[in-house]
Design a protein around this ligand. Structure first.
Ligand code: S3P
Length: 410
């Protein structure tokens, strides 16, 4: 698997804020992580190496250099939101921009709590990028973001590192905890209890070695394809098995998929597993709103699994999907219905009626990488020809996906 995208962004950003050198190996190969690297370079950070293995020369907390050029996060929400938190701790103005999709995504969820810490953040009238962060003297506070988002939590912890006193973030529901785990790897002590996490301002980061584990969100496409294709027998090695990311495995198991996990060595402080998947028949499942943060990026491919399962599946509480690289809630329903499946949005829920057959169609990816790859797997399972429009956007997270997939079909 390509390296995990969330861990890769953090390895670069924390390396830039650390004292000493950070060596990261096996970074995610996609355009999103390149956006983070480019932005850090523009802020004076020296990063050597190729796309996957790098040495980052840390500049220490508050050590980034101002630039008058706009900082371009491309398609990457993680780059923009985490860097908003970092730049809030720097006493200069920075302008952040993104592509068309990122410029539609909500930024007030980060801006409001950053203002509570003392930063000045100006958004476009729609509450989006282009935006300006004027950082400076921050004061630690207890903040309770309204949305369950690891990006928001991480931005606040990063700002908190630059603030005076303690910053405590209380989440409405547990989200992926890579920031917490990786800060520990860089020597920062955090207080964690229930849904709260606290960081002491001025805690120093020390450069670290980060072996990036395989990306479970990328592995999910393979797992669903193999679980649905007759006679398949798949092994995926070195997949990160942080419980805040493996919700899709629990759901697939509930659906009756034959998936085994074999423990493999830990990387970057994260547990990893080898996955062994065999093809078979699936049954419908209900996915509760509480489960969504643990599988938020895997809903498109799980919905495809539901479209081929026996019975009707309900995915509850998917409002957050409307704010991803595209409106994924509408996009998934449209994609599945295009293949002749029956999917419909009911409030914030998605209902998918399973059926045995899918028929090939033309899929509009809406330039959303996870919809493009879901469309491709659906096309592989469907009768007849499928065309995925804008398929190249898989470049965002998994550039070799189609070629890797074709090389594995007997
Ligand atoms: C991410 C958090 C999630 C996820 C995104 C990566 C992260 O976003 O969808 O792909 O690395 O923190 P939200 O925090 O908006 O849920």
């Amino acid at each position: 698997m390509p390296g995990d995208k969330s861990v890769s962004h953090r390895a670069l950003i924390f390396g830039a804020l650390a004292e000493g050198t950070t060596e990261a190996r096996g970074l995610a190969p996609g355009a999103d992580v390149r956006s983070t690297r480019r932005m850090l370079t523009a802020l004076g950070v020296e990063i050597q190496g190729d796309a996957s293995d790098v040495r980052v020369k840390g500049r220490g907390l508050g050590g980034l250099q101002p630039t008058t050029a706009a900082l371009d996060a491309g398609n990457s929400g993680t780059t923009m939101r985490l860097m908003m938190g970092v730049l809030a701790g720097h006493p200069f103005a920075s302008r952040l921009i993104g592509d068309e999709s990122l410029s539609r995504r909500p930024m007030e969820r980060v801006a409001a709590p950053l203002r509570a810490l003392g930063a000045t953040v100006e958004l476009s009238p729609r509450g989006t990028a282009p935006l300006t962060v004027l950082g400076g003297k921050l004061k630690g506070a207890r903040v309770a973001p309204a949305v369950a988002s690891a990006q928001v939590k991480s931005a606040l912890l990063l700002a908190g590192l630059h603030a005076a006193g303690v910053t405590t973030v209380v989440e409405p529901a547990a989200t992926r905890d890579h920031t917490e785990k990786m800060l520990a790897l860089f020597g920062v002590k955090l207080e964690r209890g229930g849904l709260a996490v606290a960081v002491e301002g001025g805690s120093r980061l020390t450069g670290a070695r980060v072996e990036v584990p395989g990306d479970p969100s990328s592995a999910a496409f393979w797992c669903v394809a193999a679980a649905l294709a007759a006679d398949s027998d798949l092994r995926v090695n070195g997949v990160m098995a942080n419980p805040t990311r493996t919700g899709f495995l629990e759901v697939l198991s509930r659906m009756g998929a034959d998936i085994r996990r074999e423990k493999s060595s830990e990387r970057a402080g994260e547990p990893c597993v080898d996955l062994i998947v065999r093809g078979g028949k699936l049954r419908a499942a209900d996915i509760s709103a509480a489960e969504v943060p643990g599988l938020v990026d895997e809903v498109p491919i799980l919905a495809l699994a539901a479209a081929r399962a026996e019975g009707t599946s309900r995915f509850s509480g998917l409002d957050e999907l409307r704010h991803k690289e595209s409106d994924r809630l509408a996009g998934i329903a449209e994609l599945l219905n295009g293949f002749g499946a029956k999917a419909r949005v009911d409030g914030d829920d998605l209902l998918v009626e399973g059926s045995a057959r899918l028929r090939g169609t033309t899929v509009d990816s809406k330039l959303d990488h996870r919809l493009a790859m879901t469309g491709f797997v659906a096309g592989f399972l469907a009768d007849g020809l499928t065309t995925v429009l804008g398929a190249g956007c898989a470049e965002i997270s998994y550039p070799s996906f189609y070629m890797d997939f074709l090389s594995c079909i007997a």
